[in-house]
Design a protein around this ligand. Structure first.
Ligand code: XUL
Ligand code: CO
Length: 443
């Protein structure tokens, strides 16, 4: 089979406006439309991921693959990997999205030894470079998979066996150098199996030190090879391990501070990981902004009825608008973007299902950008927020926050002024109504 025939039934996806009846056209993602001072394509920086769309064959813990993709028919050898890469780039072209993302093992033949790994990965990277040149598609980020192979069952950088850590170093060095060569904007480290199942066999302090050292070495190597992109950690609280060290944004920040890396590393925030940590997606973005480590986003959603990383495509404009408001408040992306770390359901087995998934998600995010931009331009919501803190701009607030104030001086001031603080409404319902109004009107 010719790789380009896999999606041959599908016409290139283009913008046709909100009123189109074409289900495989963009209704809101108009890549050249300028929003918040940038073309939509440049603001949103969409990426398609290799792993969910081209590597997963639909298997789950109870059953075998359902997708019957032709490149999964035999062994995952060099021919199958080449086929998969060609199909993937054809898909990126059909969707006309600017970026993609991959793990080393996503794009190469399956290997066991260090020699095979080096040989097959080098071949894959040469081919990716050629495909990028031919299509103009770019790399949002690269990463190394230190969680699927059985050698990583007890972790990558935190593994009790130094030989496993060294194999991980080989993969991360290779993937980081490949990302640099392919002009990638970021390099991601998701903790994978960096965590534990039971404390009975785990030395937390030692494992955190191993992780801190490993990350320091990654940062050192980035500078050594002259990679100018951003190094990102992707927080996740659990799954696959019971407890993962990169639990959430705040935990990652504490970890970075401890190892002196807070100015070197930012976070890649995934919507479904935020909800697994019992935070909202927008909470994680707002926290990253407040701590100065907002980097990029893995766009997806979970399911309210269960606690799994279901990685569904985002489909609520309202939820995405709340997240987008925080992205705008963070000043938008520099190196980051919206990577679709999302997969179609196991029963959605046709090529067209992959297109429905991406087209819908692109439009949800594009429409959320329009809604959030309208909210910011309208200014009422930000005004309510600013008014809540207005007291700090007055004489009393300045005295309380003055650098030379102390607990005692503030207490004395309260007594001297005979203050009687009164509660003021937080206006939550009005704010929520305003959001809905802008969500409904966005087009
Ligand atoms: C796993 C996950 C990964 C990372 C990259 O939950 O999100 O796909 O994004 O390793
Ligand atoms: Co992710």
């Amino acid at each position: 089979m010719n790789p380009t025939s896999y999606f041959s039934e599908i016409a290139p996806v283009t913008f046709k406006g909100p009123d189109t009846t074409d289900e495989l056209a963009y209704r809101f993602y108009d890549k050249d439309r300028v929003v918040m001072g940038k073309r939509m394509e440049d603001y949103l920086r969409f990426a398609v991921c290799f792993w969910h769309s081209f590597c997963w064959n639909g298997f789950d813990v109870f059953g075998a693959g359902t997708f019957n993709r032709p490149w999964h028919a035999g062994a995952n050898d060099a021919d199958a990997a080449r086929f998969k890469r060609a199909v993937a780039f054809d898909f990126f072209n059909k969707l006309d999205l600017p970026f993609y993302a991959f793990h080393d093992v996503d794009v190469m033949a399956a290997t066991e030894t260090v020699g095979e790994y080096q040989h097959h990965f080098a071949e894959a990277v040469d081919d990716l470079e050629r495909l990028q040149g031919e299509t103009g598609r770019k790399l949002l980020w690269g990463t190394a998979n230190l969680f699927s192979h059985p050698r990583y069952a007890a972790g990558g950088a935190t593994n009790p066996n130094p030989e496993v850590v060294a194999f991980g170093a080989l993969q991360v060095r290779s993937a980081l150098e490949a990302t640099h060569r392919l002009g990638g904007s970021n390099y991601v480290l998701w903790g994978g199996r960096e965590g534990y199942e039971t404390l009975l066999n785990t030395d937390i302090g030692r494992e955190l030190d191993q992780l801190g050292r490993f990350l320091s070495l990654v940062v050192e190597h980035k500078h050594k090879i002259g990679f100018k992109g951003t190094i990102l950690i992707e927080p996740k609280p659990h799954e696959p391990t019971k407890h993962q060290y990169d639990f959430d944004t705040a935990t990652v920040f504490g970890f970075l501070k401890r190892y002196g890396l807070e100015n070197e590393v930012k976070v890649n925030i995934e919507a479904n990981h935020a909800t697994l940590a019992r935070h909202t997606f927008e909470h994680e973005i707002a926290t990253a902004r407040a701590l100065g480590i907002f980097g990029s986003i893995d766009a997806n959603r979970g399911d309210n009825q269960n606690g799994w990383d279901t990685d569904q495509f985002p489909n609520s404009v309202e939820e995405m608008t709340l997240a987008m408001l925080e992205v705008i408040r963070a000043g938008g992306f520099t190196d980051g973007g919206f990577n679709f770390d999302a997969k179609v359901r196991r029963q959605s087995s046709d090529p067209v299902d992959m297109v429905h998934g991406h087209v819908g998600a692109v439009d949800v995010i594009a429409r959320a950008l329009l809604a959030a931009a309208a909210i910011v331009e309208d200014g009422r919501i930000d005004q309510v927020r600013a008014d809540r803190y207005a007291g700090w701009d007055g004489e009393f607030g300045k005295a309380v926050s003055a650098e030379n104030s102390s607990l005692a001086s503030i207490a004395d001031l309260a007594v001297a002024k005979e203050i009687r603080p009164a509660h003021k409404s937080g206006r939550q319902e009005r704010l929520e109504n305003l959001v809905n109004r802008f969500v409904g009107d966005a087009r």
